[in-house]
Design a protein around this ligand. Structure first.
Ligand code: SF4
Length: 360
């Protein structure tokens, strides 16, 4: 279950419970914004910079060619409440991953062991179908390596009536140049900030440059979206402060899930067992850099996966309640006002849906 960190008048802070060869990509008669040379022919889309020809079927670190592969497209109810709302988020889970963390809970799709091919036109239809199903947004999960293919799908879907916000859900191991292809197409970024320590990111994600890369990526995301903006049940546009007042005031018996994010950035941090100091560094960085211009989502759902302890012994266990409470207390003491917490034993909860090709 999610809870929220909110600032209230008087400066007090509290937690409130609630419930293809080198040719331009053409689609729909339009030349793509990805440039004249197809970026997949010499792929440097992400910081791995593999320089493989994905159009010729070569695979780099992410494990994917120039064909979109996804594992599921369906309503999803386990994101932060302003993303899932009551009707659910229209989540599309893509296969392959440029980061490949050793503790990944979605390793079957990250490693490309599941999923089916989806053409660009079909992907646009999927977005529109999710909207027809009542989705509050289109939620693109781990799509970095498919961005040049996503762009025409999003443009086509918008041309045909896609009106709900588009969410880009990412590890933050992203190049600014790739994110810029999405400028004006993505409304909400849902990035992770996993580590500050390069030793930790090198050990667990084979990415010693993770933090410096993510820093630049986050700055670009915030630049694109601006401050958080929400839609009230009455259809009013509210900033974060107005939303907090509407939820927490005397008439504020509306649930947080009634206020849907329309624009903004929510940075997620999954607290890892035994890594308190690095988690603190993540929180300090985010709060000092962005203050209340972003939301911070502090997650306690780390689940030990087979073999995770081989890299770091503490990863063989769950996060303790004491560790999580110490971290949430630290966030509140820092002055974080716009944030989300998780409550209860989320390790056993099914945040991971069946990757069985539903909706594709
Ligand atoms: S997107 Fe894939 S192939 Fe391209 S640089 Fe990244 S990991 Fe390598």
């Amino acid at each position: 279950m999610w809870a929220m960190i909110r600032g209230v008048p008087h400066g007090l802070v509290y937690v409130r419970l609630w419930r293809e060869a080198d040719r331009p990509l053409i689609f729909g008669g339009k030349k793509m914004r990805t440039g004249s040379k197809n970026p997949l022919s010499d792929c440097t889309l992400c910081p791995r910079e593999c320089h493989v020809d994905r159009l010729a079927g070569q695979r780099g670190y992410c494990g994917q060619t120039a064909q979109i592969v996804a594992a599921r497209a369906a309503l999803h109810y386990w994101e932060e409440p302003c993303i899932s709302g009551r009707a659910g988020s229209g989540a599309v889970f893509f296969c392959g991953c440029p980061l490949r963390c050793s503790f990944c809970q979605n390793r079957d799709i990250a490693a490309g062991r599941a999923g089916r091919e989806v053409g660009t036109e079909r992907l646009a239809e999927i977005f529109l179908h999710l909207q027809q199903q009542g989705a509050n947004n289109i939620n693109l999960v781990t799509a970095t390596h498919f961005v040049p293919l996503l762009v025409p799908a999003l443009e086509a879907a918008k041309d045909r009536g896609l009106r709900i916000p588009v969410v880009y859900n990412t590890s933050s191991y992203e190049k600014v140049s790739t994110l810029r292809m999405l400028d004006g197409l993505v409304d909400i970024y849902l990035p992770d900030l996993k580590y500050v320590s390069s030793a930790l990111s090198g050990l667990l994600s084979n990415a010693p440059d993770y933090f410096e890369t993510a820093q630049e990526a986050l700055a670009e995301m915030v630049r694109q979206t601006g401050k958080p903006l929400f839609l009230s049940p009455e259809g009013k546009r509210l900033d974060a402060e107005q939303m907090n007042e509407a939820c927490c005031g005397e008439e504020g018996d509306l649930a947080d899930a009634d206020f849907l994010m329309q624009k903004g950035v929510i940075v997620r941090h999954l607290a890892l067992p035994g890594q308190r100091e690095d988690s603190r560094r993540v929180l300090r960085y985010l709060h000092r850099t962005y203050g209340n211009r972003i939301y911070i989502s502090l997650m306690n759902q780390y689940t030990p996966m087979p073999g995770a302890a081989l890299k770091l012994p503490e990863l063989g266990r769950k996060l303790t309640q004491e560790e999580y409470e110490a971290l949430t207390g630290y966030a509140i003491a820092l002055g974080v006002e716009n944030g989300f917490l998780q409550e209860g034993d989320t390790v056993g909860e099914s945040f991971i849906p069946d990757f069985d090709g539903t909706g594709l």
